[in-house]
Design a protein around this ligand. Structure first.
Ligand SMILES: Cc1cc2nc3c(=O)[nH]c(=O)nc-3n(C[C@H](O)[C@H](O)[C@H](O)COP(=O)(O)OP(=O)(O)OC[C@H]3O[C@@H](n4cnc5c(N)ncnc54)[C@H](O)[C@@H]3O)c2cc1C
Length: 412
C-alpha cells in the first residue's frame, strides 16, 4: 500500500484522506490545528455544498448532521438595475440539493473521526522547510492548505486566471433572529444582484453551536455602493452596516432582517481574494514535487458557491486516480495528467461560470433570466446547474444556442 501524506484538514484534504483510508491506504493528515481549535476558530466561509459533492460525503459515511430538508432546495434571484428597484425575480428548484454546514463543526468532527477510523493525524503548522523534511516519508504528498502561503509553491496559470486583483470585497456572517429572505415555497438561496454594485446572498445554515439559522454574504464591487464595510471591528457594527445596505438596496427584504443579530464575535468575516488557477505540481527548493489540491490550485470568488464543491470534486477525482495508479510512481506527469483530466471535465466550467458571474450578465444571459422569470423549467435549469456548471456549456457561451433553449422551454 502506498503511503500518502496530506497537508491541510479542510474539504479537499479530509475527503481525500477518508477515501484512501477506506481502501486500506496508510494516510497521514498534517493539520495546523486540533479539532477543538478548528471548532473554536473564527468563521472562514459560509458555504453551500450541492448534491453531488454532498453525496460523496454520504458515501464515505461522513454525514453527521440533520437534513438535507432544512437547507436550500432552490434559488430566488432578484435583479436590480438601480438600487432599491427590483426589475426581475427568478425562482427555481435545485433538484439535487445539498447542505450548508458551519465548516468549523464539520472539519473538527471529521478530523477526530479520521483518527478514530485509524488514520494518522499530526498537529503542526507545516512550512516549506518542514514540507521538505516530510515529503520524502510519503509516496505522494498533497498540499491542500487552502488560501495560505503554500500557494507560492504553485505557479500561477496566467492563461486560466483572467484576474490580477480581487473582484469583490466580502463580508459574511451567521445570524439569528432573521426571517428567511426568500419568497419561494421551499427553503432557498436568496440572491440579490444590484447591477454595478455587487450581490448579496442569504440561505438556511447550520451553525456549529446553535443548529439551524441563516447566513448572509455580501459581495461588493470595490469602490461601489455596497462596499461600505471596511474598518469594521465588532459584530454589532457589521450587522448594523448589513442592515443599512438592505435598507438602501432592497427595502422589500429589510423588515425580515429587523431582529437579526450575528451569533457571536467569531462568526463574521471580511476579506477579498484574487481568483487564481495554478499549476498542480509544486516544486520544493530541493526540486521534489508535491501535488496541490483545492483552493491551493483553483481559487474562485465565492459568488457562484463553487470552491467547496470544487475541492470535493477534485478530491474525488484524485482519490480515483490514486487507486487506479496501483504501485506505479506518482510522477509530476501523473500529477499534471490527473489535474488536466479534472480541468477538462469540470474545472474549466467551475472557473468559467464563476468568472462569468463576476461580470455584468451579457444580453443573451439577461434574456435567459428574463424568460426564466416566467418559465419555471428555465429557472430550475439555472439553479440546478450551480451544482454542475459544466451543464451550462456550450450553450451559455453562444447567444443563438441560448435563444434556442429559451424557445424550446417556452414552447413546452
Ligand atoms: C465567504 C465565503 C463563502 C463561501 N461560500 C461558498 C459556497 O457557498 N460554496 C462553495 O462551494 N464554496 C464556498 N466558499 C469557498 C470554500 O470555502 C473554499 O473553496 C473551500 O473551503 C476550500 O477548501 P480547501 O480544502 O481547499 O481549503 P480549506 O477548507 O481552507 O482547508 C485548508 C486546511 O489546511 C489547514 N492549513 C492551512 N495552512 C496549514 C499549514 N501550514 N500546515 C497545516 N495545515 C494547514 C487549514 O487549517 C485548513 O484546515 C466560500 C468562501 C468564502 C470566503
Amino acid at each position: 500500500m502506498r503511503n500518502i501524506g496530506i497537508i491541510g484538514a479542510g474539504q479537499a484534504g479530509l475527503q481525500l484522506a477518508f477515501g484512501l483510508l477506506a481502501k486500506g491506504y496508510p494516510v497521514t493528515v498534517y493539520s495546523d490545528r486540533t479539532p477543538e481549535q478548528i471548532f473554536n476558530a473564527r468563521l472562514a466561509a459560509t458555504t453551500y455544498l450541492f448534491g453531488r459533492a454532498y453525496q460523496y460525503e454520504q458515501e464515505l459515511g461522513l454525514d453527521f448532521w440533520p437534513g438535507p430538508g432544512e437547507y436550500a432546495r432552490g434559488g430566488d434571484l432578484d435583479i436590480c438595475m438601480a438600487p432599491g428597484q427590483r426589475a426581475l425575480n427568478v425562482q427555481g428548484r435545485i433538484l439535487n440539493a445539498g447542505k450548508a454546514l458551519d465548516l468549523r463543526a464539520k472539519y473538527s468532527r471529521w478530523l477526530a473521526e479520521f483518527e478514530r477510523r485509524g488514520g494518522t493525524v499530526v498537529v503542526r503548522d507545516v512550512d516549506v522547510e518542514a514540507l521538505e523534511a516530510l515529503a520524502p516519508r510519503h509516496d505522494l504528498m498533497l498540499v491542500t492548505a487552502g488560501r495560505n502561503s503554500f500557494m507560492s509553491l504553485f505557479e500561477r496559470d496566467a492563461g486560466r486566471s483572467p484576474h490580477t486583483q480581487p473582484q469583490r470585497n466580502l463580508m459574511a456572517m451567521i445570524v439569528s433572529g432573521m426571517k428567511p429572505l426568500h419568497e419561494t415555497p421551499y427553503p432557498a438561496l436568496k440572491f440579490i444582484l444590484a447591477a454595478g454594485h455587487g450581490e448579496y446572498f442569504s440561505m438556511p445554515y447550520f451553525d456549529r453551536i446553535r443548529g439551524p439559522l441563516h447566513c448572509l454574504l455580501l459581495e461588493a464591487i470595490p469602490g461601489q455602493g455596497l462596499d461600505r464595510f471596511r474598518g469594521l471591528t465588532t459584530a454589532r457594527d457589521a450587522m448594523a452596516r448589513m442592515k443599512d445596505v438592505m435598507h438602501d438596496f432592497s427595502p422589500w427584504v429589510e423588515d425580515r432582517l429587523k431582529d437579526a443579530a450575528i451569533v457571536d464575535e467569531s462568526s463574521w468575516l471580511t476579506g477579498a481574494f484574487t481568483p487564481t488557477v495554478r499549476r498542480p505540481v509544486g516544486r520544493l527548493p530541493s526540486g521534489r514535487a508535491v501535488m496541490g489540491l483545492g483552493d491551493v490550485v483553483m481559487l474562485n470568488d465565492p459568488i457562484a458557491g463553487q470552491g467547496l464543491n470544487s475541492a470535493s470534486k477534485q478530491a474525488h477525482v484524485v482519490t480515483q486516480a490514486i487507486l487506479a495508479h496501483g504501485d506505479q510512481p506518482f510522477t509530476p506527469d501523473w500529477m499534471e495528467q490527473t489535474f488536466e483530466y479534472f480541468w477538462r471535465t469540470e474545472g474549466q466550467y467551475i472557473t468559467g461560470f464563476t468568472n462569468m458571474l463576476l461580470q455584468p450578465p451579457p444580453p443573451h444571459v439577461m434574456q435567459y433570466l428574463g424568460a426564466a422569470s416566467k418559465v419555471p423549467a428555465l429557472g430550475d435549469t439555472f439553479f440546478d446547474n450551480f451544482g454542475e456548471p459544466q451543464r451550462f456549456w456550450p450553450w451559455i457561451a453562444n447567444p443563438a444556442e441560448t435563444e434556442a433553449r429559451i424557445q424550446q422551454a417556452t414552447a413546452a
